[in-house]
Design a protein around this ligand. Sequence first.
Ligand code: NI
Length: 197
Amino acid sequence: MPVRPIVQLGDPVLTQPAKRVHRVDDSIDRLIQDMIDTMLDAPGSGLAAPQIGVPLRIITTHIDEELHVIVNPEIVWMSEETEIAEEGCLSIRGYAGPVERALRCRVRGIDRRGKKLKLKAEDWLARCLQHEVDHLNGILYIDRVVDKSTIHRVDEDYEVEPEETMRETVPAAEEQSAPEAMASPVGARETGDESLR
Ligand code: NI
């Protein structure tokens, strides 16, 4: 199965909402296989269909040797407890920055065979799912980085690994309703993008 080119920042497909999948048929199955192959080849811990230029609501993740494929994923719950950790993105090669995300989340969707699925996630998987679902809504991690000056260059082949990252847990009591705040993009994409182009 072919590894497809990964779309890079500046392509409009990355900033548009993706469309729901109505039926998981053979063409969707082939697309999913291409996504998996592309993600593993990169290598990356997650991929959203828009990143290979297909504006459909499909994500794949590969964390701790565990593969997840979710069609029409919906985050149905996020913990109030958040964590700040460094993220990168296969569509923004060579950069990384700290993003605050819910520490745990629950996701619903359908699997590769068209069956309903529910997934409880925490830590890196929870972060990755939030990052990939953001892609389906046209939101990039650089939109979530509060202080754009913290976005920094990394090695082109740099793959963010949980154990390497600077992590900071934000207790629920101290933060100001982060999940609500995170529901809308932080904005300032214009200023964020400038430093990245
Ligand atoms: Ni990404």
